[in-house]
Design a binder for this molecule. Sequence first.
Ligand code: SF4
Length: 438
Amino acid sequence: MKRPLDPEVSALELVESLAQRYADLPIEAIVKEDLLRRGMAWSKEALEAAARYKRKAYFIFSFDMVPISAMDQGENTKAPEEVRLVGGGFDFRPVIVSVRLNPASPYRIEAENDALILKLDGHSVAAVELQRSPAYYERTLASGKPISDIAPTIEWGYLLYLTVFRLCQYFGAREECRFCDINANYRQQKKAGRPYTPVKAVAEVLEALEIIAETDSESKAYTVTGGSITGRLEGKSEVDFYLQYPEAIEARFPGRWISKAVVQALPKDEVRKLRDAGVQIYHPNYEIWDKKRFEALCAGKARYIGREEWIRRILEAATVFPPEHVIPNFVAGIELAGPGAFESVDEAIASTQEGLEFFMSHGITPRFTTWCPEPLSVLGRDQRGAPLEYHVRLLRAYRDTHAKYHLAAPPGYGEPGAGKAVFSVSSFMDVLPPLPPC
Ligand code: SF4
């Protein structure tokens, strides 16, 4: 089977040629997608400078292209959560990108004259800004656990990410999603000595939020999430386990943050329970539209729930929540990886476009996470992500389908538009039109 690859040109030539061919998309978004799929390297000096800012908290998966055991410079403890790129030869508007570590990437951050610069193939691309570490990152709970373990922030401080269960009960080759390293990442973080609570107690989440609420004005939303629960966890089903958190948070801090939950596609009565617990936005992550690929890559979800039932439940959830508050995630790029992958970018785009059409025609706005081939996942072992052209065309398909159905920007993601977006693991918010001026 042939698999589509990037053309044999340098990484810089590839970006420049796609920026010319897709001039209706912001070049910042094209570089962001490339950084997300290829990862970035750091010079020793740049890494030492970055360690004084907000560091990568490993908020759920590794999102790195090498395991910790291959990080010779201690990148896992020094690299920042995100970078903001500005200016440079392409005159970037600020663009926020999640840091995915890859010492072999053609993208490299270097320190020059007390500043950090992003280089591609040795050519300067943009200035790099880092986010200061919020005051609460220096604090610990009474138990001694750091806040960055219990309630880290991403999206430049916008989102508190509460992975309350750091494992998944879809386990092993026959169940775990093949692009996902949640269980392996948990093991490597523990081995590396990071404080990494497997199941967070409601009380410790509240204790962390108490400290954040006192000292922070930047966070606007929280996400409660974690692995799937196919049996019981602490005697509770998936919905009953996860709803404890928004219920307690909303009782203690009513309306303080936008409340989001990422759990499986649940039956309608369970979706109602989530809503009644205070969840405002529901993410029943769908991962990939194509039927065969869904069944091959998400074997656990296919076996326990099934694709047709998953879709039916998403539509049903849009009768419990407003449709625009039901936001399933697609992992962009896995269509072109592994056995049975699409053989061309055209086919992969056509398939995901069909999924976008289906959901958006029902008022439901999916979103993306750009796939990062993580070596501890099954699909990431061979390290070849999707061609950049696929990611660029997907952004165009998303933007145009979104406009066709006259949808608003998905709620709970901050402002849309180039120069405004904070969502850092895909550029889908960067390519939507900005809000009109007030
Ligand atoms: S359901 Fe799949 S993607 Fe989600 S945590 Fe489990 S294995 Fe990973």
